[in-house]
Design a protein around this ligand. Sequence first.
Ligand code: PLP
Length: 366
Amino acid sequence: MSENIIRFTRGIPPPESFPTNELAECSAAILANDEKNVLQYGNAGGYPPLRSLLAKNAGVKESRIAIGQGSLQFSDTLSRIFIKSGDLVYFEAPSYDRVINIFERSGAVLKGIPLTQAGLDIEDLSFRLMHGERPVLFYIIPDFQNPSGTVLSLEKRIILTELAEKYGFWIVEDNPYRKLRYRGDEIPSLFELNPDRVIHMSSFSKLISPGLRVGYLILPETLASKFLNFSEDTYISASYLTQGIIYEFIQKGFFERNLALLKSLYEPKLDIMLDALDHEMTGFGYWNKPDGGFFIGLTLETNLEMDRLILRSQQAGVFLSDGRGFFCEPTQKCFIRLPFCALSSEEIRMGVHRLGNVVRELLQAY
Ligand SMILES: Cc1ncc(COP(=O)(O)O)c(C=O)c1O
């Protein structure tokens, strides 16, 4: 086993990205300014000043916003409220493994719409719907997707929202990486294209710190009160204290400054990862070249088995997630998620180099 293990396993931010001093200042400020509210129980809609700021930014009524304990918990609440055993739910294939697990637990039937080299296979989606499949919802990560890094094109966003309208399903747009665009132009979100069909989810985990556990949801008007009542019956309110800290963080102008710092920290890592993949993986598979986010997804077009690849990589000092976990149906694909933000340039280069050696060695042995 190599001495320094390189972990391509978790998509977490690096400690040096945390704005610790600013958060200390914001914690002191909110406790000084509004301790009666932030230390008390609240309601499931969230800390009112932050809620109203988010509503204003999105151009919606406050009653449509829910602020909670990170965005992952919203997927769980949505699955509990809207899914009965046997209901059909679409995912991209691959998609975020934790949300797949949540909907599987709810008894839903999960179907994967392929993410190919050309992005979401919108023809497969249309075909399924035309032939009678009726999903309750489509969970999708349109910007810098976890795990593949893919961005859904504007054309496909438009078609998807039209299909949702025509066939009457909800789109759950999970979008924690949207603001982490290092270059290129923003594409309208699915929510912006159809605010009545799309449940928009976002989070401060990757924009400030995951330890604060603050995420938010913009709900269609027709779903908001059901969602908020259920949430209140479950946990009363998420922490107003951390929401208050984030409110201060935005009010003091730290948010935009921090976002610029994050971009300058992550963009060079993305470039190094893309360069390393060009050197090591050309001819073995494909990956997309995102302009932001945390991940690149590598699909090996070889007949390597995932189990052997994981084991041999581990022996070579590279830890990988089992790519099959990102698919909601069984797959033969050899898919590798490569998170790059929490690794140093050296680790990225070395990790991809080791992986390249493992792939070459395994292919020779076949
Ligand atoms: C697509 C996606 N959704 C949700 C989450 C979880 O976010 P939170 O920390 O807000 O629960 C993650 C975290 O990696 C993610 O990649």
